[in-house]
Design a protein around this ligand. Structure first.
Ligand SMILES: [Ca+2]
Ligand SMILES: [Ca+2]
Ligand SMILES: [Ca+2]
Ligand SMILES: [Ca+2]
Length: 352
């Protein structure tokens, strides 16, 4: 699918039914529906390492004081079956491995031990056999007219409900503003979107007809990216007046579905280039001052219509219902899980 057709593709299939999903919010008043299978903390995802390691309890070096060892472990070498020494604390976090009778449930990861703080990631950080417990590790996403809550770590998608929009309008994209409000963009309006699907129009907008991406910076600046391969434009949107001003030209890249502002305020977008392979999107850096672009790398997946910078990870969501973990430094995407058939993602918001 050529990038120029991405928006048309979105619109043409807007009425396609969701096969495995029904809005139980509407049907029986239940606020959430748990869909994919439950996360298995002992499954293949448990060993996935964080790309940045941010937010984890700091590693314990040789000079750092070791935490209390209630199990009596010392970090000393023990004898192995063949008589050689075994290092019981390979990651040097001060806690012995379970193989040595200690309580470090991952002796290859300093951010994981009984004294660590649980954070939103793919690990049971504090070794209590509970995973991301007592944390909200989700972000909002939307299909053409349906709101979802996605937990990329537990591989779960909850249907929140249908988005209340004027007839014929669909959500082109969404993002979270600095006040924590979720803003949704349609062809004609910028809306405040509530989790129950209720909306309030903030401004009537006049946007480029191929606009398919929106991202909000830490200062509230709203960026728009367009799928018009002739214009390759990026714009700024005034949330009060709804008017746009040209940021610049993103050539040779054309927005395929979303842009995102990272925690360091970098602006990235998923994009196609006319002379490149058309079956994969690229992750592209966009200069916030003039819209000029620089390729980061091929994502390896097509129709990445949603990007979410959440919990120090970059997630990608596709029109095919795929949830990706994207390396923001190299662009490469990895499939985390596939939502049930028929579910489509057109936009995503940052979760924290
Ligand atoms: Ca250890
Ligand atoms: Ca450890
Ligand atoms: Ca835990
Ligand atoms: Ca965790």
């Amino acid at each position: 699918m050529l990038a120029v057709n991405a928006l048309a593709w979105k619109q043409a299939a807007a009425m396609r039914p969701l096969f495995f999903f029904t809005c139980l919010l509407c049907a029986c008043g239940e606020p959430e529906v748990q869909l994919p299978e439950a996360y298995d903390p002992n499954g293949g995802d448990a060993g996935r390492s964080a790309p940045f390691d941010a937010g984890l309890e700091g590693p314990v070096g040789e000079d750092a004081s070791s935490p209390e060892q209630p199990d009596g472990g010392s970090g000393a070498d023990h004898g192995s079956a063949d008589g050689g020494p075994i290092n019981c604390d390979e990651d040097r976090d001060g806690w012995d491995s379970e193989a040595c009778g200690g309580r470090d449930c991952n002796d290859q990861h300093r951010g994981v031990n009984p004294d660590a703080r649980e954070v939103c990631d793919f690990d049971d950080n504090d070794c209590d056999q509970a995973f991301n417990e007592d944390l909200d590790c989700t972000f909002l996403a939307a299909g053409p007219s349906t709101l979802y809550r996605v937990d990329p770590f537990r591989e779960r998608v909850d249907v929140l409900g249908e988005v209340d929009l004027p007839a014929g309008q669909t959500l082109l994209d969404m993002d979270t503003d600095p006040d924590g409000d979720v803003l949704g963009l349609t062809r004609n309006g910028l809306y405040d979107v509530q989790e129950n699907g209720r909306t309030r129009r903030l401004a009537q907008v006049s946007i480029d007809r191929y606009t398919n991406g929106m991202a909000i910076g830490g200062d509230g600046t709203i960026f728009l990216t367009s799928g018009d391969r002739n214009a390759n434009r990026a714009d700024l949107l005034d949330r009060n007046t709804g008017e746009t001003t040209l940021l610049g030209n993103t050539a040779p890249f054309t927005s395929s579905g979303d842009c995102v502002v990272l925690k360091d305020e970098s602006l990235l977008m998923s994009a196609k280039r006319p002379d490149g392979p058309q079956d994969t999107d690229w992750l592209v850096f966009v200069d916030r001052s003039d819209g000029s672009t620089e390729a980061i790398g091929s994502i390896g997946f097509d129709k990445v219509y949603g990007l979410s910078a959440s919990f120090d990870y970059l997630f990608g969501l596709t029109d095919n219902g795929e949830v990706l973990l994207i390396d923001s430094n190299r662009g490469r995407g990895e499939l985390l899980f596939q939502a049930p058939e028929g579910l489509r993602f057109w936009g995503a918001a940052n979760g924290d």
